[in-house]
Design a protein around this ligand. Structure first.
Ligand code: NAD
Length: 328
């Protein structure tokens, strides 16, 4: 038999997906822990499976002369320098359907936690404090929900909102009217969404356009005191401006899964905010999403070496893709 193709897996990976790869006779699977990656010998690696902690840039690709394929088992891709990948003739794929339900469900967990101040309620009960007046919550039925980015996760959160009897609006200049119509979502401009929404959630990719989309200027448009939830990418929100806006009472509460710098920096003004629920980038951290995205990634590697067409090539062929940012 000819020499096996070396496939490196450098991320958390599901056991079933691993077993599936290991049964492929033409593949040699090497698991490389993130901490070991900087010093690992990658000279024979032809395909890699990664998640967002592994940055694919020119310096990395200099170490992988035989690499032809990278699969990121994620739906985000701002950890990949596509210019460098192109120069090194490496094809990059992602797993966009792997974790959209988990990310949408986390978005809604944060919305509900904010609406009913669950984080404060939990804390006060644990302190044996039964006062309920400070925990007065908000009802969502009949309120307006503004979605920024009506893609996979944006449309999924819109379906949940309808179950709550909310009026759903969205801002997404790149999506056709029929997507809005089929999801019963009204198209609005960014400013109108900020002015009229009681709940706002962000589901955009990280691009030159979306960087600091929520900033001092755009938060001036707020007329109510909405809930804001970000499960997309940290730099979509200017964190310092958000802290200032929280101090000014511009939001009922905010729920954040993603941050400008991860892990959240000790210097961040968010730590001391009682009106912010903060979770450590767990949008895709469910058993199901982990398994699904691992299996999707494994299947792509197998297809590649079987010379079959591999779907979900990056960068996406979408009009906003020209604005993609590689987060240096
Ligand atoms: P998607 O590509 O399906 O949808 C993104 C939508 O944003 C598209 O419809 C696009 O037209 C729109 N968009 C692009 N630029 C825009 C702009 N300037 N203004 C308004 N809309 C714009 O992506 P998705 O799978 O729904 O994922 C959305 C985001 O969620 C990504 O940033 C992804 O990285 C993030 N994500 C985070 C987690 C997590 O663990 N927290 C998990 C999954 C995905």
């Amino acid at each position: 038999m000819s020499q096996k193709h070396v496939v490196a897996i450098s991320c958390r990976f599901d056991q079933e997906a691993l077993a599936y790869l290991q049964t492929q006779e033409d593949l040699e699977i090497r698991q490389i822990k993130g901490d070991d990656l900087p010093k690992a010998d990658l000279s024979q690696v032809e395909a890699m499976i990664i998640r967002s902690k592994v940055r694919i840039d020119d310096a990395f690709l200099q170490r992988t002369p035989k690499l032809k394929m990278v699969v990121t088992a994620t739906s985000g891709f701002d950890h990949i320098d596509f210019v460098a990948a192109d120069i090194h003739e490496v094809s990059v794929y992602f797993a966009p359907d792997g974790n959209m339900y988990s990310a949408a469900e986390l978005t809604w967990s944060l919305i509900l936690a904010c609406a009913r101040k669950l984080f404060l309620a939990h804390k006060s009960l644990k302190l044996n404090d039964w006062k309920r007046t400070p925990l007065l919550g908000l009802e969502l039925t009949g309120k307006t929900y503004g979605i920024i980015g009506l893609g996979r996760i944006g449309t999924t959160v819109s379906k949940i909102a309808r179950g709550f009897g909310m009026n759903v609006v969205a801002y997404d200049p790149y999506v056709d009217d029929d997507v809005f119509v089929s999801h019963e979502v009204s198209r609005v401009g960014f400013e109108e969404l900020m002015r009229t929404s009681d709940v706002i959630s962000l589901h955009v990719p990280y691009t030159k356009e979306t960087r600091y989309m929520i900033n001092r200027k755009t938060m001036k448009w707020l007329e109510g005191r909405p809930i804001l939830v970000n499960t997309s990418r940290g730099p979509v929100v200017n964190e310092q401006d958000l802290v200032d806006a929280l101090k000014e009472g511009k939001f009922w509460a905010v729920g954040l899964d993603v941050f400008e710098k991860e892990p959240l920096q000790q210097s961040s003004g968010l730590w001391s905010r009682e009106d912010a629920i903060l979770v450590p980038h767990v949008g895709a951290t469910t058993f199901e999403a982990f398994q699904r995205s691992s299996l999707i990634a494994a299947e792509k590697v197998v297809k590649h070496f079987n010379k079959k067409t591999v779907e979900d090539i990056l960068p996406p062929r979408k009009s906003w893709a020209e604005h993609i940012l590689f987060d240096q």
